[in-house]
Design a protein. Sequence first.
Length: 255
Amino acid sequence: MLAPHPDDEAIGCAGSILKHVGCGDRVSIVIATDGRRSQTIADPTEMSEQRRKEAAAAAQLLGDVRVEWLGFREGDWDLRELQSRLETLLDGIQPDVIYAPSRIDFHPEHHRVAHALALALDSHVRVRPRPLDVRIYSVQVPLTPALSNLVVDVSDVSERCHAVLRSYTSQAGSIECSYRQRRYGARLHRVHGEVEEFWELPATRYASLHLDAPERWPAAFRGLRNFALSDPFAYLVGQRERRRLRSAAAPSNPN
């Protein structure tokens, strides 16, 4: 699992991680940046230290997981250095599934981390061709049924999932939206409770969608915000781009 910031792993797939751990799967969480640019603590170094503590607390609640804290300075890191670190981790961990950020987002750091992963995967699968899937998760920007093709009912672990989310006390405001998104997804997919939605696709297709520099990606999406009455806009804005990406990733597409 690759998280651009500490808390993205909890927002994106805490329930699914709990289920993997419960099944005895080996789970590694890679946290790319230190989250120092969050402004809930004025001093960036203190902010970084706080978020690392919160990530450790969240990991303890998730269970038997391995955490790789890369700790790049948020907003000030080298793309090729992250790509190299990810290539090393891919070779060492040899994952079967990667939970990943994507371009279905508005945060520039999420975009850059997705791009770095695409570059690492492109190199990795050329050297070590094998079955490998990527599950794109969402952070505030819904995938919507236009893209989500894997829906995980996390109702049975929802309380534990909420506890993981609450570990990120410094990010309580932004995390609040994720509770609503889990319930909205359940309603869309006719599940009583909460779900996590993913767009699962082969690693080669994920890479092909994210190899272009993020500066070329259209600013097409809007996320859920604190004001819940505006939530429908997060689902409506960017639907044309979602459909375009789905078409670009289709098996019949040569790219």
